[in-house]
Design a protein around this ligand. Structure first.
Ligand code: GLN
Length: 246
């Protein structure tokens, strides 16, 4: 079995080691004997995105987002078809914002998003920066998610868009409503860098499980030794234990 990952805009959207998420997904597949192919896809590439089991994209600055947004609109149809075929889409910060309707930057530019998720983003003058601890429910089990955020954008979810997590400590989507990220079907967005998947291995496996479901019925992922990953996770959680939201 082979897992195919499409890494969107690695040359333009890559802050705080977001690319590490791709390494985590690749390694956690290979350690289980699942071959994993990673294709880098950037501006001008016209591949069929439905070819991929998982599409990943990272965060970036407003300037890079402007460049990417134009191209992403050209890939819009292919992206929607991929999602309809079950492809998992996992996006961080700048690319998460571009999945919504628009991102109005602090510089006054309105960047059009692809509208895959019902949300919009408005830039604020004070950046929302720091470590974050959140709670998320994955397949009926509650987990803490930890990561690092740094964004000017405040994202507001439409009623039909569930949050990925609720904020325990940190700012989340907009520093106000206690929601972090978005998760709708196989489409995920989060403000958490870290890279997030290195510190939250159960979330990496959740995404792998969904992506592999395109290849095989009920994929089973054997357990891995996550001692180091969970030590990094717990280190952040302990710093914020006893802290109530914000
Ligand atoms: N870290 C990021 O990806 C930042 C995204 C966007 N430029 C913002 O500041 O909100």
């Amino acid at each position: 079995m082979k897992l195919k990952i499409g890494y969107l805009y690695p040359d333009l959207l890559e802050v705080y080691s977001d690319r590490g998420n791709v390494t985590v997904l690749q390694k956690r597949s290979e350690w289980r004997g699942i071959e994993c192919q990673v294709d880098r896809i950037t501006i001008g590439d016209q591949r069929d995105l439905s070819d991929y089991d998982l599409l990943f994209s990272g965060g970036g600055e407003d300037r890079e987002q402007l460049l990417v947004a134009e191209d992403l609109l050209r890939k819009r149809e292919s992206l929607f078809q991929a999602v309809a075929s079950g492809t998992v889409v996992f996006t961080i910060c700048g690319s998460y914002q571009l999945l919504g309707h628009y991102f109005e930057t602090i510089g006054g530019k309105k960047i059009e998003g692809v509208g895959l998720l019902d949300l919009y983003t408005i830039g604020g003058s004070k950046r929302l920066v720091g470590n974050s601890v959140c709670e998320t429910e994955l397949v009926g089990k509650v987990h803490t998610l930890v990561g690092y955020e740094n964004h000017s954008g405040r994202t507001y979810l439409g009623d039909s868009t569930p949050a990925l997590a609720s904020v325990v400590a940190g700012q989340g989507n907009n520093g106000g409503d206690g929601k972090e990220g978005a998760a709708k079907g196989s489409v995920f967005g989060t403000y958490l860098h870290g890279p997030i998947l290195s510190k939250n291995p159960f979330f990496a496996d959740h995404l792998l499980q969904l992506a592999l479901a395109r290849r095989t019925d009920k994929p089973v992922l054997p357990l891995l030794d996550d001692t180091w990953e969970m030590a990094a996770h717990t280190h952040i959680v302990q710093q914020y234990s006893g802290v109530s939201r914000r």
